[in-house]
Every structure is written in C-alpha cells, then in structure tokens.
Ligand binder design. Structure first.
Ligand code: UD1
Length: 345
C-alpha cells in the first residue's frame, strides 16, 4: 500500500487516551496517521470518535506490538512511516506492583519490537511516552530535564526508565535513528468535542476520572489521600496538563525530527504547565467551573505518592517551541463534558 513517506505517522496505542488525542492533532497538522492498537485497554469507539472529529476515516490495525511477526506483516510491511509515536504500554501503577513481569514483558517487548522494525524498514524517528514518574520525589523543584532520575517506585515507572535507556542506547548505535522522549506530568481532560476522552476500566486510580465519576454519582465520594503533607493546604501538589496540549507536544516532537531540527539525536522534554496545583484546589476548581458538587473526605496518604512535583517547561517552550495553552478551568469543563457524554447525562 502506498502512502506519503514524509507525512505518515504510526501511532502505536492510538486508540488509547493520549494516543487518540494525538491522532486528532497530527491529522489537524496535515499528517496521515495509521493506528495500531491491540485494544487491551482501549475501545474501538475511540477510533470512531477520532474519525468523527477529523471528518475522515483513519486506518486502524488491531495488532499487539508484542507480536513482532504480526506487526511486521500488518503494519511496517504495508506502510512507509516518517515517524512512530509509541504509546502502546500498560500504565496502572498499582497493578504493576502486583504483576511486575506482566509490565516488564509487555512494555519492554513492544518497544523492542517497534525499534527492531524501525531499523528493518528504515523508519528514522520515534517519540516515546515517558513520565514524570522517572524523577521520583526531586529534591529541587521544579523538575528540569537535568534533574537526576531516582529509582522508580513501581515496575511501571521502571519500564519508563528502562525504555528511555533502551531508546538512548539504540539511537547511539543506529546512525539514522532520532528519538524524543516526552516526560508527561499529569495528563487530564478530554477533547472539547466530548467525542474522545479517558475511559478507565473499573474503579479509576487517577484523580480526575475519580472526580468526574463522583460528580456523575457513580462513586459515592472521592477520597483525598492525605492533608498532612508539607504543602500550603496539606494535599499533594501536581502539574496537571491538558491532554490536547499534550497531544500537540507530540506533533511538535515529530515535526522537529522530520524537519531535521533536533539538536541531538536523542532528546528529552518535560511536558506540563509548569505550575503546582494541589488536590484540594483541583477539586474546588472542578466544582466551581462545572457547578456540580464532588463529595469528598480526607483519608490516609496513598503509599507510593510523592508529596509534590511540577515541571520546568523552559526547554519545551524554548527548544521545542511548544506551550501549554488551555486554561485549567476549561480542561476541567472538558473532563466533565466527556463524563456526561459517556454516561448519557
Ligand atoms: C500516577 C503515577 C504516574 C502515572 C500517572 C498517570 C504514581 C506515583 N504515579 O501519578 O507514574 O504516570 O499516575 O497514570 O503512582 N488522588 C486522590 N484521590 C484519588 C486519586 C488521586 O487524592 O482518588 C491524589 C493523589 O494522591 C495525587 C493526585 O491526586 O496526589 C494525583 O493522583 P493520580 O491522578 O493518581 O496521579 P499521580 O499519582 O500523580
């Protein structure tokens, strides 16, 4: 099958939360996208939502990136790609603690397969979904890309660190490879159309899906994990980045590599808003902008949580030319609009 080599991006994990939003922004920016996803933690309705937003069909291949023969046959052998964006990974921190081998096997094997096939098929560029979790609890805030990584406190986090290292060493060894790792802080929100968003299976572990489900009456009340931290209101501080802004960072990263603007063949960027927001502030803002109560109570700290982290975004702003644009209140409105859409409210 022919496709324009310089404009086609493989989005591995493109039916997921961040992958679906990134697919929309890539198409808006003029790229062609091929989605590969095994639908293990995503629904085909996300692809339909993407197609509705962009007004055209998007090639979708149901394939497991851990199956290298299928990935070669169905994806790399059929299209020519300018870049890969690799989202295809498990991401539940708690589950990774109880099932570490599942996380190491899936998250590392899928990356190894993608890199192997990139080399085999001369695909030069990859954007990798990394995470602020690689920093642990930094001693100095905000975290810059030069902040030392600390050993991750979950197998999930370890797979992000190991994946970064695998990419760095592979890029060093393969002269035509370039890579950008994006370290996401806390991605939240949904597309303003409410046609795509986050769709957690079971009880949400993350804050915003728990807030929206509580507002919708699906959960009785939100538990706030600790109000005795050394922070202004005692609750944890995070850097909540709108998923559409985050999606645009991937477009900027692909553009940087495709247009040969990388300063080094392996680069890292923090992607956040660069401002700390407490859990209590976030809940209050959600209630205010949406005019809906979120019943909540304070409970004990959650094991493994860091007290506070937020990003230095200077490098992303100045070097990548990317800025977070969406207001936090608008992001929380979009999160609620999406929940209402999903529940038919
Ligand atoms: C977690 C992971 C991170 C991962 C990210 C996205 C850890 C240490 N970090 O970030 O690696 O990339 O999810 O999946 O696990 N909170 C509540 N009540 C809730 C849920 C959360 O008070 O019901 C609080 C948490 O204590 C935290 C904040 O809300 O302070 C954000 O939590 P969450 O959305 O789970 O993200 P992180 O833990 O920051």
């Amino acid at each position: 099958m022919s496709s324009n080599k310089n404009k086609t991006v493989l989005v591995a994990g493109g039916a997921g939360y961040i992958g679906s939003h990134t697919t929309v922004e890539l198409i808006n920016a003029g790229y062609d996208v091929v989605i590969a996803d095994n639908l293990s933690n995503a629904d085909i309705s996300a692809v339909k939502g993407v197609e509705q937003i962009v007004g055209r069909s998007v090639p979708f291949i149901q394939v497991d990136c851990c199956d290298i023969d299928a990935l070669r046959r169905e994806v790399f052998g059929k299209y020519s790609f300018a870049s890969v964006i690799h989202f295809a990974a498990y991401k539940a921190v708690g589950e990774s603690v109880s099932e570490p081998l599942k996380y190491f096997r899936n998250n590392l094997q899928s990356l190894l397969n993608v890199l192997t096939l990139m080399k085999e098929f001369d695909v030069p560029n990859i954007v990798f979904s990394s995470s602020a979790t690689v920093y642990g609890q930094p001693e100095v805030l905000p975290a810059t890309e030069a902040t030392p990584r600390q050993r991750a406190n979950s197998p999930y986090g370890l797979t992000k660190q190991m994946s970064e290292d695998i990419i760095q060493d592979t890029v060093a060894a393969v002269p035509f490879f370039k890579a950008i790792a994006l370290r996401y802080f806390n991605p939240i929100g949904a597309h303003p159309s409410a046609l795509i968003g986050e769709l957690p299976k079971g009880v949400p572990a993350n804050l915003v899906p728990f807030i929206t489900q509580t507002a919708a009456g699906i959960r009785k009340e939100l538990s706030i994990f600790g109000d005795d931290y050394g922070t202004p209101d005692g609750s944890c501080l995070r850097d909540y980045i709108d998923v559409v802004d985050l999606a645009r960072a991937h477009v900027a990263a692909v553009g940087r590599m495709v247009e040969n603007q990388s300063a080094e063949r392996y680069e890292i960027f923090n992607i956040g808003i660069g401002r700390p927001v407490s859990v209590l502030e976030l809940v209050k803002l959600f209630e205010e902008v949406n005019g809906v109560p979120v019943p909540h109570k304070i409970v004990a700290r959650r094991p493994g949580d860091v007290e506070k982290i937020w990003a230095a975004t200077d490098k992303a702003n100045e070097v990548l030319g990317w800025h977070a644009e969406r207001e936090l209140g608008d992001t929380l409105r979009a999160a609620w609009a999406w929940e209402k859409h999903v529940r038919g409210l």
